[in-house]
Design a protein around this ligand. Structure first.
Ligand SMILES: NC(=O)C1=CN([C@@H]2O[C@H](COP(=O)(O)OP(=O)(O)OC[C@H]3O[C@@H](n4cnc5c(N)ncnc54)[C@H](O)[C@@H]3O)[C@@H](O)[C@H]2O)C=CC1
Ligand SMILES: O=C(O)[C@@H]1CCC=N1
Length: 264
């Protein structure tokens, strides 16, 4: 098996969506285990990949093994599989707060470890993943992992001290954006727009704005100013957002997110 997942819920599912769409790996080159036969059956039906009820089997068979369980299960999963893992494999962690040192210590032996933080837009190939590695992972091996991650969107290799920030700015941030979309759609519905249409307008406005930042390279403030006509509608909305502490709410929320990640 080229790639294995221990745990196959929201995040692994999103990654699989990207990987299979790009046809980077064949379905029979990917294996996953989950906590129950019922959820494994769902994984088989959804993705058509190989499955196993045994985490050890997945650990033994995978060249690249992704630990895709919740952080609170990391310790018990590592205890369960540590004997089956060798330094010819690459273990990939996607959990917030679990440092390379912590992982190395739990495995208790020399291992190739990659720590990354993906996000669920991976499902549609528009994810972004922050990646770092321990010193045993060679450049070519990191590239192997990044090739897989790139099928889910962008990949940035960075220093480990930034990984908690990556959690707040991309791992968790789709949730804030979905809240924003819901709030904008609710407002549009309140003013008479049918709900489905409201989601479409709100989502496309966010998608288009994000693409403008990425594709024009212009400062977001400049792009904002281009929308705000003097004495117009937009500056009126911006004034209310500032009055209600919109920026500050986002900054405080993200600082809370980083604090939580650091404490995990
Ligand atoms: N959901 C997200 O947007 C993101 C999640 N992550 C991280 O990804 C990891 C997985 O999160 P989600 O996919 O959201 O969780 P989830 O709850 O959707 O999926 C967890 C999976 O682990 C399986 N599992 C639980 N106990 C197990 C065991 N003992 N053996 C084998 N499988 C077991 C469950 O059956 C399930 O398939 C977490 O560490 C999370 O912090 C990282 C970035 C974004
Ligand atoms: O909420 C969480 O803890 C995970 C990590 C990033 C996104 N979801």
């Amino acid at each position: 098996m080229k790639l294995g997942f221990i745990g196959c819920g929201n995040m692994a599912g999103a990654m699989l969506g990207g990987i299979l769409k790009e046809e980077l790996l064949k379905k029979d080159e990917i294996i996953a285990s989950t906590s129950s036969a019922k959820s494994l059956q769902r994984v088989r039906e959804c993705f058509g990949i190989c499955t196993a009820l045994s985490n050890r089997e997945v650990a033994e068979k995978s060249e690249i093994l992704v630990l895709a369980v919740k952080p609170q299960y990391y310790e018990e999963i590592i205890e369960e599989i540590r004997e089956c893992i060798s330094d010819s494999q690459i273990v990939v962690s996607i959990a917030p707060g679990k440092s390379l040192d912590w992982l190395e210590e739990r495995f208790g032996k020399p291992l190739k470890l990659v720590r990354c933080m993906p996000n669920t837009p991976a499902l549609v190939g528009e994810g972004i993943t922050g990646v770092c590695r321990n010193r045993r992972v060679e450049d070519g091996e990191l590239e192997q992992v990044c090739r897989i991650l790139r099928s889910c969107g962008e990949t940035e290799v960075l220093s480990e001290h930034l990984m908690d920030v990556v959690v707040s700015v991309s791992g968790s941030s789709p949730a804030y954006v979905f809240l924003f979309i819901e709030a904008m759609a609710d407002a549009a519905v309140a003013d008479g727009m049918p709900r489905a249409q409201a989601y479409k307008f709100a989502s496309q406005a966010i998608l288009g704005s994000a693409r403008m930042v990425l594709e024009t390279g212009r400062h977001p403030g400049e792009l904002k100013d281009m929308v705000c006509s003097p004495g117009g509608t937009t500056i009126e909305a911006v004034r209310v957002l500032e009055e209600k502490g919109f920026r500050s709410a986002v900054i405080e929320a993200m600082k809370a997110c980083v604090r939580k990640a650091k404490g995990m």
